[in-house]
Design a protein around this ligand. Structure first.
Ligand code: XCC
Ligand code: SF4
Length: 650
């Protein structure tokens, strides 16, 4: 058992609100975690409850004990694999169902059934049309979009063949997948088949089961998530670097505060647009507020921040704390990562908790449907409800922590290549050159959630700082990105302060922060695309697994994170998770993930709860790849040169 930790969060704003909650006897996730210890057998993945003869517990045998099996005879590795695969199925389903909803909205727009959304990025639309073989000619954008929508829709229900975006991967990678038989046919099919194969008495060979686990994970990364990202970019705009602010200090005492929390950006987009409407501002003023202040939470925050500059109130573990400020007039939620605990915390204040999606209601809260035929009207109704609630705020209960930080976000794969190569010859060449010459040692994706079982934000920051110090450029998404932003790592000035000399020089020259915010968790697909672009630019091998790169989710908690981890591993990336690992109860299956996968995919899982050590493992992997590419000496030279120059200058 790890020692009882002392601080709950390294984030000052969060600490202040945790203290306020304690003073006011309001229970939050932090208190509930103290009361509810994780079940040790479940935590290590050694419990099967897939039939009513169980649940069966098969923890690792000690000493001369015989390893127990389930009542049906299922071995410990089968049970471990089954549990892991069900996490993948749930994660892949979540991202993909999000993708499906986006495609549905896109289709309504293309059919002219709603005029509230338009094509924002024509370039991207045409590029998608080319990729998908959709005729362009002199057809209207909506005609083209409709064809694209139908093709994307079909990706979910397709029964055979290969998912279209598989072609976006490096050639060599596609061959690896084909040879192993893990290329997804249709997104829904892979999730359904995985649920089937993990049912009692079906696939009881962990290696075979994991092949389907991989197929369902790839159907997320190179399927559902990628579709979501691409279509959102078409409809809401491809993100470009945008300046904003983050943390609970973005809430305003004299304004109607609306927090939009969850994942799917359609409603959030509309709220961001309508929130600007002078008429609604006037309405807010009629209720005694100065105006309307919209702020985001969790992945939705990332989506609207990078496209509209809407400030971010906080990441996953701050959702209840936002309400504890007493200043939130409405918290508007859709799907995923929304704690039911919000309802109880909201009851201690005037805050209206509004669910908007018929797939995700919460008992005892207000439901206001987001009507995809009338997004604008839905958004306005929600804003009005928030305004109407403003007079109910009890000023004596309001305390907003005066903590916020600037950040620049919105580094899509496209903007990275513009920034590096210039508008007219956008390319990854300068990035590749700087990796080859050793100024940049490698690339790391640090992504994923917060987890109340570790100090909030701490693991992200320790890991990222260690990587930066060692000249590793960090790409980040999700709640990890927000952790980095809160600590001031997402402004260009951070380069000088936190980076090794090589990385600092590159960031300062290009004018980018050393941690690039690529968006929400579905935008991990942007990391796949960026990695592929680096491969295609040349000089660093011919597959993602050749790149000096690594991935991590040091504070993961959701099933989505496991799906993401698996598609990164299967795409050739060394991927290390923190907090806990859901298969550690079984050595054989864990070895399959940690060792066999390297031979199969060139990428593999690892587990290291100490974030500084995990960063070292990532750097070791990066160095191993540099050596294999024959560019390890270049780095020594460039560091030596820089030292010489500094001595001469000094
Ligand atoms: Fe959820 Fe996406 Fe995890 Fe954050 S990082 S806790 S999944 S909001 Ni996606
Ligand atoms: Fe136990 Fe087998 Fe049923 Fe799982 S499927 S609960 S191992 S009997």
């Amino acid at each position: 058992m790890p020692e009882e930790k002392k601080v709950k969060s390294i984030d000052q704003a969060s600490e202040e609100m945790i203290a306020k909650a304690t003073e006011e006897k309001i229970s939050t996730v932090f208190d509930r975690a103290d009361k509810m210890k994780p079940c040790p057998i479940g935590a290590e993945g050694s419990c099967c409850k897939n039939c009513a003869m169980g649940p069966c517990r098969v923890p690792a045998a000690r000493g001369s004990e015989v390893q127990p099996t389930g009542v049906c005879g299922a071995t410990a590795e089968t049970i471990s694999a089954r549990n892991f695969c069900r996490m993948i199925a749930a994660g892949s389903a979540s991202h993909s169902d999000h993708g499906r909803r986006v495609v549905e909205a896109f289709k309504l727009m293309a059919e002219g059934k709603t005029r509230d959304f338009q094509i924002k990025d024509e370039q991207k639309l045409l590029k998608l049309a080319l990729d998908m073989g959709v005729a362009i000619g002199n057809r209207s954008n909506n005609e083209i979009a409709l064809d694209i929508a139908k093709i994307c829709e079909n990706e979910f229900g397709k029964q055979e063949g290969e998912l279209l975006f598989i072609k976006n991967a490096p050639k060599k990678r596609q061959e690896i997948w084909r040879n192993l038989g893990v290329v997804p046919r249709g997104i829904d099919r892979e999730v359904v088949e995985l649920m089937h194969r993990t049912h009692m008495g079906v696939d009881q060979d962990y290696k075979n089961l994991m092949l389907q686990g991989t197929r369902a994970a790839l159907a997320d990364g190179w399927g559902g998530s990628m579709i979501a990202t691409e279509i959102q970019d078409c409809m809401f705009g491809t993100p470009t670097p945008t300046l904003s602010e983050i943390n609970l200090g973005v809430l305003k005492e004299d304004m109607v505060n609306i927090i939009i929390h969850g994942h799917e950006p359609a409603l959030a987009e509309m709220l961001a647009v309508e929130g600007q409407d002078p008429e609604l501002t006037k309405y807010a003023q009629s209720k005694g507020a100065k105006g309307i202040n919209l702020a985001g939470m969790c992945c939705t925050a990332n989506e609207v921040m990078m496209r509209h500059g809407v400030p971010i109130a906080g990441n996953y573990l701050q959702q209840e704390l936002a309400i504890v400020t007493g200043a939130v007039d409405a918290m508007v939620v859709d799907v995923q990562c929304i704690m039911q605990g919000l309802a109880e915390v909201a009851r201690c204040f005037h805050t209206k908790l509004i669910t908007t999606d018929n797939r995700a209601k919460i008992t005892g809260t207000t439901y206001m449907a987001f009507d995809e035929y009338n997004p604008k009207a839905s958004a306005r109704a929600i804003i009005k409800a928030a305004i109407d609630n403003f007079p109910n705020r009890a000023p004596s209960k309001v305390r907003i922590p005066q903590v916020k930080t600037s950040l620049i976000a919105g580094f899509s794969h496209e903007t990275i290549s513009y920034l590096l190569g210039g508008l007219f010859r956008a390319s990854y060449r300068p990035l590749n050159d700087n990796i080859i010459n050793g100024r940049i040692r490698g690339l790391a994706g640090v992504v994923g959630c917060n987890n109340v079982r570790t100090t909030h934000d701490s693991a992200h920051i320790v890991m990222i700082k260690e990587l930066l110090k060692n000249d590793v450029l960090v790409l980040s998404t999700g709640c990890a990105a927000m952790a980095a932003a809160k600590q001031g790592l997402m402004v260009p000035e951070a380069a000088k302060k936190f980076c090794g000399p090589g990385l600092a020089e590159v960031c300062e020259t290009v004018g980018i922060p050393p941690v690039l915010h690529l968006g929400a968790c579905i935008d991990n697909s942007r990391i796949l695309v960026a990695a592929t672009a680096v491969v295609k630019d040349g000089g660093l091998g011919d597959d993602i697994s050749d790149l000096p790169a690594a991935g991590a989710a040091p504070e993961w908690m959701s099933e989505k994170a496991i799906a993401i981890g698996q598609y990164f591993v299967a795409s050739g990336v060394y991927t290390v998770f923190g907090t806990t690992f859901p298969t550690i109860g079984n050595k054989t299956f864990t070895n399959h993930l940690f060792k066999d996968m390297e031979e199969m995919y060139g990428g593999m899982w690892d587990f290291q709860p100490d974030p500084a050590r995990a960063a070292k493992l990532m750097i070791e992997h990066i160095d191993k790849k540099r050596k294999a590419l024959g560019i390890d000496k270049a780095r020594e030279r460039v560091l030596y040169d820089m030292e010489m120059r500094r001595e001469l200058e000094g």
